[in-house]
Design a protein around this ligand. Structure first.
Ligand SMILES: NC(=O)c1ccc[n+]([C@@H]2O[C@H](COP(=O)([O-])OP(=O)(O)OC[C@H]3O[C@@H](n4cnc5c(N)ncnc54)[C@H](O)[C@@H]3O)[C@@H](O)[C@H]2O)c1
Length: 337
């Protein structure tokens, strides 16, 4: 078992972690009613395992449809109504069981229902395990854009069980791998080198990726400065997602193209070696995250102008100078050609 301590909660990273769930819950919660938010796929695959793992608890489920469309005001309201109908009270525990969509929605429900209830995160996708369940950001979308309503709200604990990854589709696995490649590039050379050589990851690599996010989040819990490092590849990634809608490219694919554009700019500014660009490009092609011809910066400039990271003094742009080392440069859009 691996254990990471955040200032006010723990992250357990385990093989067969569900077996310990009951014990971990009892450490933070005195009652026997738990309320689980999950999506249809995860419910089908895992509800029985969850029930078996919590023999002494009364479990109520709220099941949402799969996919980003469930991070909506409507589904948020329906989820809250169902929880109240099922008898959830202010001192009860909410469990988020699923990928980043479930985690973001359930976390926002937890942050707001009765002005805040306790919750735990059990992330079941690789992306949720290394990224969305860590750092306390929870949110839902508006038609005007993603994650526009949200909160910083920490869970009581995060339980990462790598067994969930066995049922994940290949494209979803790669989606999480993209965030791990990013974590390696911005903060952990050993992690990056491992992913260069290996197609799958285990407890050690997931732990390393979480450590990269942990360091950045702890330095900047409310996303004013250092957290920007986590946005490496995301400025263009978000522009790509917005331009094509959120269906054509998965987030990991969009940020993979975005990382290549960011590395290319680094090469152009003499901050990044061309060899690193080529190496990352070949890795992302091999893992099925990008295809040639690659997406080009010029096609997304208009979208980038409205990015919320475009601050008054220009773009705070994250460059990877070497694997594991980053630098913020303030650039104008006109510098990026
Ligand atoms: N809060 C944050 O800091 C943060 C960070 C990054 C991303 N996010 C958010 O995360 C979301 C994306 O999360 P995601 O990539 O996990 O997508 P997702 O939650 O939509 O899950 C992808 C698909 O995998 C299925 N699935 C989940 N676990 C499975 C399992 N073990 N086996 C088989 N199938 C499984 C789901 O049912 C779904 O169909 C986005 O909304 C994004 O905004 C949030």
């Amino acid at each position: 078992m691996t254990f990471i301590k955040m200032p006010d909660y723990s992250i357990y990273i385990e093989d067969k972690g569900l077996e310990n769930l009951s014990k971990y819950i009892e450490e933070v919660y005195d009652y026997k009613d738990v309320f689980v938010v999950t999506d249809q796929t995860v419910y089908k695959l895992y509800h029985q395992r969850l029930i078996d793992a919590l023999p002494d608890f009364r479990i109520s489920f709220v099941i949402i449809e799969d996919g980003e469309k469930s991070k909506s005001i409507e589904v948020y309201q329906q989820t809250i109504e169902k929880l109240i109908e099922q008898g959830m009270k202010r001192n009860h525990l909410l469990i988020s069981l699923g990928g980043g969509v479930v985690g973001d929605l359930a976390g926002f429900v937890a942050a707001t229902l009765y002005r805040g209830v306790s919750y735990i995160q059990i992330p079941t996708t690789l992306l949720a395990q290394v990224d969305s369940s860590i750092g306390g950001k929870v949110a839902i979308d508006l038609k005007e854009g993603k994650n526009l309503i949200g909160a910083f709200y920490n869970p009581k604990f995060v339980l990462i069980d790598i067994n969930f990854l066995k049922t994940l589709e290949k494209r979803e696995y790669a989606n999480g791998l993209a965030e791990m490649i990013k974590a390696g590039l911005i903060g952990d050379k050993k992690l990056y080198n491992y992913i260069l050589e290996n197609e799958t990851v285990g407890i050690e690599e997931i732990t390393r990726a979480i450590h990269v996010k942990r360091e950045v989040v702890l330095a900047d819990p409310f996303d004013h400065k250092e957290r920007m490092y986590l946005n490496f590849g995301h400025t263009f990634g978000h522009a790509i997602e917005k331009t094509h809608g959120y269906d054509l490219y998965k987030h990991g694919e969009a940020i993979s193209y975005g990382m290549l554009i960011a590395l290319e700019i680094g090469v152009h500014l003499n901050e990044t070696k061309p060899e690193l660009y080529e190496e990352v490009k070949n890795l992302l092609i091999k893992r099925g995250l990008v295809k040639e011809p690659l997406l080009q910066l010029n096609d997304y400039k208009d979208e980038i102008k409205t990015d919320k990271k475009n601050l008054a003094d220009g773009f705070h742009f994250i460059l990877v100078t070497r694997v594991g080392e980053v630098k913020i440069k303030i650039l104008k859009l006109s510098d990026l050609s």
